[in-house]
Design a protein around this ligand. Structure first.
Ligand SMILES: *Cc1c(COP(=O)(O)O)cnc(C)c1O
Length: 459
């Protein structure tokens, strides 16, 4: 290393900057799905760690020169797999600053700038989504951890209501908790339950309708059949259909029976930001906790999820530590999530919201929905394709008559490269689904995708 630390930093950052812009400008033309397997990428990066170090610029160049075949074009306009979302420019730029600043954002005393940015981002989000302004907002890695954080808080709170102090008395002898979920909940709910010591056989599943919405009369039946502490998990945005539970009917049923209501709204919570889609979320703000992602619908880079809890005292009861080397201010980020040290992952959320403005966020959500409607309309013109859901939000699900042909089409789309979408099972049949989650998707992206799929179906 023959230049100064400053030089090393500048060259390293310059190399990363160049490579980032090159990658982003390649998005429109590159195949969306990776061209290389994990085994090939392990070969590319593997081998023993050399004894000698390298300059930052050379390190970046080694990464960049080998990375490309194994990269997936998630930030582009034609990645429709899972429920993912791209990267808004302001959020990406802010994310770089987060790393450069290197603020350990668990404590308000230590890092007031980033904690303030996150707190304001949280307040903006509560306002946009019509949630209680006094709720606590914890920034977690994503929807999974946001669900876990909220449900962990809920477990504490419902036990406290029957006089059981979980922090003191532990789980082993505690009164049983009825953990009630919809038949079409996201898998992360079951994983969160598992982390909480709630086993699969202890989960009560409530029937759902054709779009995956929990049936209200089935919920009352289930709750009336038992007693004691209960947590009911509802959903804003089913991953296949995009459907929303009927909160206005379900939340009162749960509350009248003393249950805590949690809403998994990883991508669906954001519907409340749009005037035309807000009705999907009617009654949602009466719940007790909500989980969402900023890295999906809001289009910030990974990772960024939010755990929202109506009463911050419940968050504090679940997470504030007694470690006396930690200094407390009124409400620290580490009081509302399981983490202590962490990056300031909420800063890109501030940047995305500030960049879009309230109107821009509403417009973004409307556009994702319009894209879904356009995609469904385009796909429906292809002989043999049947759209399977109502397309009331951002998800489009479809299939061919034959399950094997449907799966083969899914594989063929990835190989062809114009777009990426992912397969699913729905009501026992193979299906494919497109999630409209990226700010970058244009009408042209949809036309190109529909044309590519039309050619593949025609064979
Ligand atoms: C994506 C998703 C999750 C999990 O979120 P991650 O950010 O992947 O951890 C949970 N619930 C729903 C409905 C989702 O779509």
């Amino acid at each position: 290393m023959d230049h100064s630390v400053d030089d090393d930093r500048i060259r390293g950052l310059d190399a990363a900057h160049r490579a980032a812009l090159e990658f982003l400008s390649s998005l429109d033309d590159r195949p969306v799905w990776p061209r290389a397997t994990l085994a090939e990428m392990l070969d590319a990066f593997g081998g023993p760690l050399p004894a000698e170090g390298l300059d930052a610029e050379d390190v970046i160049e080694q990464i960049v020169s080998r990375a490309d075949p194994g990269l997936v074009a998630i930030p582009g306009g034609r990645f429709f797999g899972f429920v993912i979302g791209g990267t808004h420019p302001a959020a990406l730029a802010a994310d770089w600053l987060v790393s450069a600043w290197d603020q350990n954002s668990g404590s308000a005393l230590l890092t007031p700038t980033t904690v303030a940015l996150e707190r304001v981002a949280g307040r903006w989000m509560l306002d946009i989504l019509g949630l209680p302004e006094s709720a606590s907002v914890g920034f977690a890695t994503g929807g999974q951890m946001a669900n876990f954080t909220c449900l962990s808080t809920a477990r504490n709170a419902v036990l406290a209501r029957v006089g059981w102090n979980l922090s003191e008395q532990g789980l082993r002898e505690s009164p049983p908790i009825r953990f009630v979920v919809g038949a079409d909940r996201h898998g992360s709910i079951d994983r969160a339950a598992r982390f909480l010591g709630i086993g699969r056989s202890e989960i009560t599943v409530v029937d759902s309708d054709d779009e995956g919405r929990m049936r209200p009369n089935a919920l009352s039946r289930v709750l009336d059949a038992g007693s004691g502490p209960a947590i009911v998990c509802l959903q804003a945005g089913e991953v296949h259909t995009g459907a929303f539970d009927d909160f206005a009917a379900l939340v009162p049923i749960a509350h009248e029976r003393g249950a805590w209501v949690h809403v998994d709204g990883a991508f669906g919570l954001w519907a409340a930001a749009s005037e035309s889609l807000r009705s999907l979320t009617a009654g949602m703000s009466d719940a007790d906790s909500w989980a969402t992602d900023a890295h999906k619908t809001l289009n910030v880079p990974y990772d960024c999820g939010m755990a929202i809890v109506r009463d911050p005292a419940d968050s504090i009861a679940a997470f504030r530590t007694g470690g006396d080397y930690l200094v407390y201010t009124s409400l620290d980020p580490w009081d509302v999530t399981p983490e202590l040290s962490r990056r300031a992952r909420g800063v890109p959320a501030w940047a995305a919201m500030r960049s879009l403005g309230k109107g821009g966020i509403a417009h973004l959500i409307d556009r994702l929905h319009e894209n879904a409607v356009a995609m469904a309309a385009g796909l429906a013109t292809i002989d043999g394709i049947r759209i399977l859901n109502e397309v009331g939000y951002t998800q489009v699900m479809f299939r061919l008559d034959d399950d094997d042909a449907t799966r083969a089409l899914g594989e063929a789309v990835l190989v062809e490269g114009t777009a990426a979408l992912t397969g699913a099972e729905w009501r026992g049949r193979a299906a494919l689904r497109c999630s409209m989650s990226s700010w970058a998707t244009t009408r042209d992206d949809i036309d190109r995708t529909v044309d590519a799929i039309r050619d593949l179906v025609a064979g």
